[in-house]
Design a protein around this ligand. Structure first.
Ligand code: GDP
Ligand code: GDP
Length: 457
């Protein structure tokens, strides 16, 4: 990919708010290129940054200020206009120590009219500084301000995550390559993107997510423990082994969470939603020494609701005494509460010692294939007839439902459409019977299986 195709992120704001400092922070040790852009009077500072595995072209508008027209507003405008025009995202910075100035307000109102996506940043907010200004910044009408310190590196991991979420999806350009299985209907989100499998590792605080990540990465890339998130802003991402590449999404989010959770454990569930949205497969890490907690179940239900494939990881296996009993107790508990759990891949390991961790990625890949799988209409209906025979559809209002035909309308997760007279009245219990049968017969453990009902005349 040439740099021309990279998403463009522009740093804007009045002089002295810390734009250059932020630029350097995001570009890091990667080369800061100073390039000559046609159409502007001075060099514009440009560099490439790697944010959660995505390369972006970062433009710092700071250098342009002196050369532009004579008023402050004129300078800001001139320095930013052409850059903002081509931005996929604008990082609009204010100085949280000095509060909102008239120049900020002026610039913000201009920026709102440019119709570019904007992320509002309250810089110089190290420690607790700038809380007031961050709140005040809501009044700029540019959404929720993100407080950080460019100079001290606080909040940078969060920022990277926020930026990554706002970029246009990378898959869009690449996804058309995948052919659909013959004769079946499909739609866009149904197609397998060409990029690496996207994996999220989620779970309650202290389940061992960061330890697991370190283990998978084979180096201390993330810091575990209470100070997590404060110091390092590396964005771990692609794992490669002989079977290919896996992209770990939301590793910055994991750190963000680690910090929040010290105050408020419940946050882990809502934070999981973000991670889920980015992932195709989710590893739900459970601390096996503690057994299943209500929060684990909540997260499990979220995974199912969002239609993601799931692998359950029972961590801290080194510290479990009666392994058989523990595994059984945990699986029983999960089975009662999570429909998707039947036959779900369960991997036991110790993230701390590394024992058993090698089984995780193969399980992830397998469930990913299942999540993408399709059943031919012929096979499906042979099974369907059989299933109807073994267990007749129920009477509803004294009349038997006539179920006729099934077809798979999409994958990711496997979704089936069931046609029949008054099919929409099918009781949940019978639907569950069919879903369980599908899951077993066509070997789809660990993925949500959906059956939609369509009444016919
Ligand atoms: P620009 O004109 O917007 O590019 O601002 P600079 O990046 O040149 O920064 C202006 C001043 O603010 C410099 O003295 C920086 O050291 C300082 N600065 C930048 N970021 C921070 C921060 O997070 N906290 C504090 N306290 N100072 C900062
Ligand atoms: P996170 O909050 O889910 O990221 O959890 P951490 O990775 O920070 O781990 C929380 C604590 O559990 C740390 O003290 C780890 O050392 C410990 N821990 C993580 N994995 C294991 C394991 O496999 N066995 C044992 N005994 N302890 C572990």
């Amino acid at each position: 990919m040439t740099s021309e195709n990279l998403p463009v992120v522009v740093i804007a704001g009045r002089p002295n708010v810390g734009k250059s400092t932020l630029f350097n922070r995001l570009v890091g040790r990667r080369q800061a290129i100073v390039s000559d852009m046609p159409g502007v009077t001075r060099d514009r500072k440009e560099g490439e940054a790697l944010l959660r595995g995505r390369r972006v072209r970062l433009i710092d508008t700071a250098g342009l200020e002196e050369a532009a027209p004579d008023t402050l507003y004129g300078r800001m405008r001139a320095s930013s206009e052409s850059a903002v025009a081509m931005a996929d995202l604008v990082l609009f910075c204010i100085d949280a120590r000095s509060g909102i100035t008239p120049a900020d307000a002026h610039f913000a109102s201009w920026l709102r009219r440019q119709n570019r996506p904007v992320l509002l940043i309250a810089n110089k907010a190290e420690g607790q500084a700038g809380t007031n200004a961050a709140l005040e910044a809501y009044s700029l009408g540019l959404g929720t301000p993100l407080a950080l310190s460019a100079e001290h590196g606080e909040g940078i991991a969060d920022l990277m995550g926020e930026i990554a979420e706002r970029l246009p999806p990378a898959e869009k350009q690449r996804r058309r390559e995948v052919s659909k299985s013959e004769g079946e209907e499909g739609n866009d989100e149904d197609e397998r993107p060409a990029g690496p499998l996207r994996l999220a590792i989620i779970g309650r605080p202290n389940a061992g997510k960061s330890t697991l990540l370190n283990c998978l990465l084979g180096e201390e890339r993330m810091i575990t423990g209470p100070e997590a998130g404060l110091t390092r802003d590396s964005i771990a991402v692609d794992l490669r082994d002989e079977h290919g590449e896996i992209r770990l999404v939301d590793t910055a989010g994991m750190r963000k969470r680690a910090r929040v959770e010290q105050n408020l454990e419940r946050m882990s569930v809502s934070a999981s939603i973000e991670a889920l949205k980015m992932a195709e497969v989710v590893v739900l890490v459970i601390d096996a020494t503690l057994g299943v907690h209500e929060q684990d179940l909540q997260i499990g239900r979220l995974i199912e609701r969002e239609g993601r494939a799931c692998v359950i990881a029972l961590n801290k296996w080194d510290a479990v005494e009666d392994r058989n009993a523990t595994k059984k107790a945990i699986l029983d508990r999960l089975e009662i509460s999570l429909a998707q759990v039947r036959g779900i891949p369960v991997v036991t390991f110790s993230a701390l010692t590394g024992a058993g961790v090698h089984r995780l990625l193969p399980a992830v890949r397998e469930v990913y294939e299942i999540w993408n799988s399709r059943v031919s209409t012929g096979e499906l209906n042979r099974w369907f007839e059989d299933a109807l025979e073994r267990h007749q559809p129920p009477l509803v209002d004294g009349r038997r439902l006539k179920l006729r035909y099934m077809t798979q309308v999409k994958a990711r997760p496997p979704t089936f459409l069931l046609f029949g007279t008054r099919a929409e009245q099918l009781p949940d219990s019978y639907k569950r019977y069919l879903v369980n049968g599908l899951r077993e017969t066509f070997h789809m453990p660990g993925v949500p299986v959906r059956v939609q009902l369509r009444g016919t005349k």
